[in-house]
Design a protein around this ligand. Structure first.
Ligand SMILES: [Cu+2]
Length: 115
């Protein structure tokens, strides 16, 4: 019974906190889509606005996991096979920011260009 009451109390709280964090996270950031297919990034050059927070939606169409990594962007994120992930970026100074797929470095290379 105590457990039931705990569940009854915690569920609404959980839902409320999810909704709140969703709103904070979602914001008004524009979304840019980056696909992974056959261990390549599409597009391999992706242009984004400078001085603005953006979201990168990485869609992994390969059945194998890949890790998006960029030293200059200071980002590292594993995207499981046939899954997607969102990476929060910026605001960036204008310039180019190389990234790569750490699990397939010989092919998975790309550049994010902030203008
Ligand atoms: Cu890594």
């Amino acid at each position: 019974m105590g457990r039931l009451i705990n569940n009854l109390i915690s569920w609404p709280l959980l839902i409320i906190s999810c909704v709140l964090s969703y709103n904070v996270i979602a914001g008004d950031r524009p979304v840019f889509v980056l696909k992974i297919k056959d261990h390549l990034f599409y597009p391999s050059e992706i242009e984004v606005p400078a001085r603005q927070k953006i979201k990168l939606l990485v869609i992994n169409e390969d059945p194998t996991a890949e890790e998006f990594e960029s030293y200059k962007l200071n980002r590292e994120k594993i995207i499981l096979g046939n899954r997607r992930a969102i990476i929060f970026i910026g605001p960036l100074k204008s310039g180019s920011y190389p990234f790569f797929g750490e699990f397939n470095m010989s092919t998975a290379q790309g550049t994010l260009i902030a203008k």
